[in-house]
Ligand binder design. Structure first.
Ligand SMILES: Nc1nc2c(ncn2[C@@H]2O[C@H](COP(=O)(O)OP(=O)(O)OP(=O)(O)O)[C@@H](O)[C@H]2O)c(=O)[nH]1
Ligand SMILES: [Mg+2]
Length: 122
């Protein structure tokens, strides 16, 4: 007799520079429109959690604001802080990048991921 798979649960942060499709990916994974998406950058201003439950696992997806490296307004600082805060509280991070375009701004985000948080690409 085989032992049943353990039920797993974990939190996954979707991080990336503004407007790369983090919220669109989150909604697609959830199968419903939970997070606002738009052609304009900086649409997501707070971290937002969506839970995807399957038979063997529960995925807590955390949509985050786009990480801003160019403009240093108070709003941008607050939003960047909330990205860092999300990264402290998740098990895994997914870096969302624009297809065929990985640049300096994406590289900055790699440095924000704390040691010990596994990173994936999308
Ligand atoms: N062509 C194409 N467009 C996409 C894809 N994913 C998202 N978009 C479009 O890109 C734009 C930005 O998408 P969002 O999901 O709002 O991006 P975001 O990273 O959450 O943006 P912020 O919250 O502002 O950082 C929208 O117009 C989407 O329709 C994709 O895979 N392909
Ligand atoms: Mg968004």
């Amino acid at each position: 007799m085989t032992t049943p798979e353990p039920f797993r649960c974990g939190a996954i942060a979707l991080i990336g520079r503004p407007n790369v499709g983090k919220s669109t990916l989150m909604n697609a994974l959830l199968g419903q429109k939970l997070s606002i998406t738009s052609r304009k950058p900086q649409t997501t201003r707070h971290c937002l959690r969506g839970i995807l439950t399957t038979e063997t696992a529960q995925f807590i997806l955390v949509d985050t604001p786009g990480f801003q490296t160019r403009h240093r307004s108070t709003l941008n600082r607050v939003m960047n802080r909330s990205v860092r805060g999300a990264l402290e509280a998740v098990d895994v991070a997914v870096l969302v990048v624009e297809a065929k375009r990985f640049g300096a701004e994406d590289r900055v985000l790699l440095k924000q991921v704390p040691a010990g948080v596994p990173l994936s690409w999308s």
